[in-house]
Design a binder for this molecule. Structure first.
Ligand code: HEC
Length: 116
C-alpha cells in the first residue's frame, strides 16, 4: 500500500520533471482541436482553463449548453467532463467521447493546471 501511494505521488512530478509545460502523451488527442496558447481551433484555447468560467474564452463560438453551464473549471469538474463530456455538460458540442483511463485523465488535468 505504501509503495503504491509513493508511486502515485511521484507520477505527476515525473511527467513535469523536464519542464512544467511539457504535455503528457495523453494530451495529444486534445491538441488536435485545442491550442494551449491564445488561439482557438476546432475547440477553444485551453490557456488559463483552470479557474476560467466555462464557455468564456474570447472569440470562440460555444454551444448554448457550454455557455450556460455556469461553473468555473476546477480539477473536479474538469476530470468529470473529460471522463464523460455529455454526462457532465449535457448538450455540449465537443466531438469527443472522453478519456476512459483515470490516470490519463489525471495527467491531463494536472497539465491543464499549468496552462496560465
Ligand atoms: C474533435 C475536437 C476536440 C477534441 C479531440 C477535444 N475537444 Fe475539447 N472541445 C472541443 C469543442 C468544439 C469544445 C466546445 C464545446 C461546446 O461549446 O459545447 C470543447 C470544449 C472543451 C472544454 C471547455 C472549454 C471552455 O472554454 O469552457 C475543455 C476544458 C476541453 N474541451 C478539454 C478537452 C481536452 C482536455 C481534450 C482531450 C482529452 C479535448 N477537449 C478534446 C473540441 C474538442
Amino acid at each position: 500500500m505504501r509503495t503504491i501511494l509513493f508511486v502515485a505521488a511521484l507520477l505527476p512530478v515525473s511527467v513535469f520533471a523536464a519542464s512544467p509545460a511539457t504535455a503528457p502523451a495523453a494530451f495529444a488527442q486534445c491538441a488536435a482541436c485545442h491550442s494551449v496558447t491564445g488561439s482557438n481551433g476546432v475547440g477553444p484555447s485551453l490557456k488559463g482553463i483552470m479557474g476560467r468560467k466555462a464557455g468564456s474564452f474570447p472569440g470562440f463560438r460555444y454551444s448554448r449548453a457550454m455557455k450556460t453551464y455556469g461553473k468555473s473549471w476546477d480539477k473536479t469538474n474538469l476530470a468529470a467532463y473529460l471522463a464523460n463530456p455529455q454526462q457532465a455538460v449535457p448538450g455540449n458540442t465537443m466531438p469527443f467521447a472522453g478519456v476512459p483511463d483515470a490516470s490519463q485523465r489525471a495527467a491531463i488535468v494536472n497539465y491543464l493546471a499549468t496552462l496560465k
